[in-house]
Design a protein around this ligand. Sequence first.
Ligand code: G3H
Ligand code: 13P
Ligand code: ZN
Length: 304
Amino acid sequence: MLTTNKALLAKADKGKYAVGAFNVNNLEFIKAVIKAAELEQSPVIVQTTEGAVKYAGIEYLVALAKTAAKLTKIPMSLHLDHGRDLKVIKAAIDAGYTSVMIDASHVPFEENIKMTKQVVAWAHKKGVSVEAELGTIGGSEDLVSAKQIILTDVATAVKFVKATKCDALAVAIGTSHGAYKFSGASKLDLKRLDELKKALKMPLVLHGASGIPKNIVDMAKQYGAQLGDPHGVSDEDVKAAVKLGINKVNIDSDLRLAFDAGLRKELAMEPKEFDPRKILQPAADLITEVVRAKMQLLGSSGKA
Ligand code: G3H
Ligand code: 13P
Ligand code: ZN
């Protein structure tokens, strides 16, 4: 069942849990994520970046998501993650996305307000939800990068939400994108999050929330991946952030690592196999496993 982020996150806010938003680029990822949601009976957000749109084509992505939504009873939304190009955002709204993010956190404050207001005007006319971003989430992956992390200021956020009327806000509290978030243990500014939630009283979004599970990293390394010493956000920190009012948690890197580890292992163990369906299935199964664990952590299991 296709719904909006606004509906999913209002319920999560009330029920004090978070909905996982999982980045997908193709059929295997979408099916693996939906399978996890069904096994967990959890609501789910399927999201694609502008990079995914460039890779797969917007029509393919919408058709895949709409088919998934038609075939499942699980409430799910299709969300554009980190929309930066107004043309792509408009195209996503017109193509059938039920939620979009306008990420103008890298431009001056007044410009961020102006762009976000424009997207809210287009989106709300069609019942599409809008996530905006204030402050910067660090890290660098393909099209999304921010060299310096500027944490979200509470008073500025209140002004921003009042001016833009966005439905959800991505806040910067110390996370970053990718697999190399911290040199040691994870550290989030939870005090700031508490203040933001109390002042804004609306669904808040945590980006860069992958845990970079050690067993998956070790498995990928065992079969040849060169990953150095990656570190993610600890389960305890994610749990604490959800308790303080995060209602949407973005996960991309953990799925990429699961796919990489599963694929490398299969190719190494079955060198005679060359049927792509057989080669890809274990990788997809590992994604399902990772997504299920995430849903349990976020408290969304059983909330469908
Ligand atoms: O924040 C979003 C992603 O992790 C980056 O994804 O490589 O598809 O732009 P991308
Ligand atoms: P990770 O790199 O931690 O998975 O972050 C994903 C994200 O924030 C997508 O918007
Ligand atoms: Zn992000």
